[in-house]
Design a protein around this ligand. Structure first.
Ligand code: PRP
Length: 209
């Protein structure tokens, strides 16, 4: 049996569309239930619905053979996973942002130290240390755009897709750090022990892409 992790949140609908195109129909009820795992006995596939930040952990431990995760999360967690496919959906950017009035006369290359609120402490620390900028990271779990408004931190590192959340909270991008898309990840042991099923699965997904 193949165990596949579907990601809750923004990547969920795109993943279902892709699977449908590939002829892998995920049960319709996945969208309207609190149930978290579904067994397709005919296809011998078990789908689980997992929070985006937890997908790499389930796949690394082999609790799921295959998962879908954003490149942002994969870089942040740096788990030992096989990453065979860029799924080319879930396009967004990881950026540094700050309030509009500060951004008018600001430039990150003039900073020697900075405080940043983010869901991505590792990527942020690495990015700024490579530029010789001392960074104090405040780890948050969501709604990061609130941090400058509440005086927690003037600057944030976060994902931008449409730009609506930044705009509605009076923030602007001052540095683009990374282009992000969804990736298919596979457990390294499963890739050997279930090689036929996984190769077949990868081929039909590639064809659908
Ligand atoms: C993500 C991201 C931004 C927002 C960007 O948050 O962290 O807050 O989407 O999207 P936009 O540019 O289209 O406005 P998400 O909705 O995943 O929730 P979270 O802030 O609670 O993590």
């Amino acid at each position: 049996m193949l165990k596949i992790a579907l990601t809750k949140g923004k990547l969920f609908d795109c993943a279902l569309d892709l699977f449908e195109k590939a002829g892998i129909i995920v049960f319709k009820e996945v969208k309207n239930t609190r149930k978290l795992s579904f067994l397709d006995k005919d296809k011998n596939i078990e789908f689980s619905i997992i929070r985006a930040f937890d997908v790499p952990t389930y796949v690394e431990y082999g609790a799921c053979d295959i998962g879908i995760a954003g490149k942002d999360i994969l870089l942040e967690q740096n788990k030992d996973l096989y990453e065979p496919l860029d799924l080319k959906f879930g396009h967004c950017k990881l950026v540094v942002a700050e309030p509009v009035d500060i951004a008018r006369n600001d430039n990150i290359y003039s900073w020697s130290q900075v405080r940043i609120a983010t869901k991505y402490p590792h990527i942020t620390e690495k990015y700024f240390s490579e530029k010789g900028i001392q960074v104090e990271v405040i780890k948050l779990y969501g709604s990061v755009e609130l941090a400058p408004l509440m005086g927690l931190s003037e600057r944030i590192v976060d994902l931008v897709e449409t730009g609506k959340t930044l705009q509605e909270n009076g923030l602007v991008v001052i540095e683009e750090m990374l282009d992000v898309t969804a990736r298919l990840v596979v457990n390294r042991a499963s890739f050997k022990t279930k090689d036929k099923e996984i190769s077949k699965f990868l081929n039909i997904i590639k064809a659908a892409l």
